[in-house]
Design a binder for this molecule. Structure first.
Ligand code: NAD
Length: 258
């Protein structure tokens, strides 16, 4: 028996990187999958790939930072599959900004997508789960940046910190309804987000020197999207039935070193 047979999963930003690996993992384990994203061509292609591999999948176009889009996309998924049992809040973006020099217009969109996107999606899906009596599961894809600071990413780091705290707060508020909320905190993972200004930072000399050769990542390599997806699937499954409000680093040991 597949772990997610009969379940529907809603994955934001599920067309690429960790989100797509997660969508594929759930589909392989029997779930119907709804991918939400902004880019129709990429999203439709991802859903097509999942269907071609034998899964049930749809793409629904919308921006998680817009509450009306979230409500519409969640409704579309419910219309097609009848219910949502699992939500994966994965959508994010990051554009480097200098904290002092940047305008609010440059800082806020990143915070909006990650923090407000998680808030809109969690509340919308939780309302559906509660109304339908679904004892569901929500997994937030946070980051070790939630508790580490780096230059030029104050918006991203602050939003991931908010995401971790939202994980704990919503875990407490939704537990009485039988809904569990947890998070994964990836370190460096090889995805489209690793490409900054056309260069994959995981292939640079500085990354290889500091993180691989000098083993700042104790496991001496970046992670693969599938290695994050497997922990997300675990947290969403009954195997994690007594895990509630946890934020779990999946980073090859990076966050335990200094
Ligand atoms: N790659 C890493 O090293 C790393 C490390 C830690 C955490 N993460 C987190 O993993 C998650 C997935 O990122 P990824 O690395 O797979 O990169 P990615 O760029 O492939 O995935 C992000 C997805 O979110 C989508 N998205 C962005 N803004 C959106 C919006 N407003 N509405 C809907 N969709 C939107 C993008 O189109 C993309 O498909 C993110 O939350 C990211 O912060 C990644």
């Amino acid at each position: 028996m597949k772990r997610f047979q009969g379940k529907t999963v809603f994955v934001t930003g599920g067309a690429t990187g960790i989100g797509f690996a997660t969508a594929r993992r759930f589909a392989e384990e029997g779930a119907s999958v709804a991918i939400m994203g902004r880019r129709a061509s990429v999203g439709e292609q991802a859903a097509h790939e999942l269907r071609a591999a034998g899964g049930r999948a749809i793409f629904t176009k919308g921006d998680v930072a817009r509450e009306e889009d979230v409500v519409r996309c969640v409704r579309e998924a419910i219309d097609v599959f009848g219910r949502i049992d699992i939500l994966v809040n994965n959508a994010a973006m990051s554009v480097p900004v200098d904290f002092v020099a940047a305008d609010t217009d440059e800082w806020k969109p990143v915070f909006d997508v990650i923090a407000f996107g998680t808030y809109y999606c969690t509340r919308t899906v939780a309302r559906h789960m509660i109304e339908a009596g679904i004892r569901g599961s929500i997994v937030n894809v946070s980051s070790i940046n939630a508790y580490r600071a780096l230059p030029a990413s104050s918006h991203y780091n602050a939003a991931k910190g908010a995401m971790d705290q939202l994980t704990r707060c919503t875990a407490v508020e939704l537990a009485p309804y039988g809904i569990r909320v947890n998070a994964v905190n990836p370190g460096f993972v090889d995805t489209p987000m690793s490409v900054v200004d056309g260069e994959n930072e995981l292939e640079t000399d500085w990354f290889k020197d500091i993180y691989v050769e000098r083993r700042k990542i104790p496991q001496a390599r970046p992670g693969r999207p599938e290695e994050i997806a497997s922990v997300i699937a675990f947290l969403a499954s009954d195997d994690a039935a007594y895990v509630c409000g946890a934020t779990i680093p999946v980073d090859g040991g990076l966050s335990v070193t200094f």
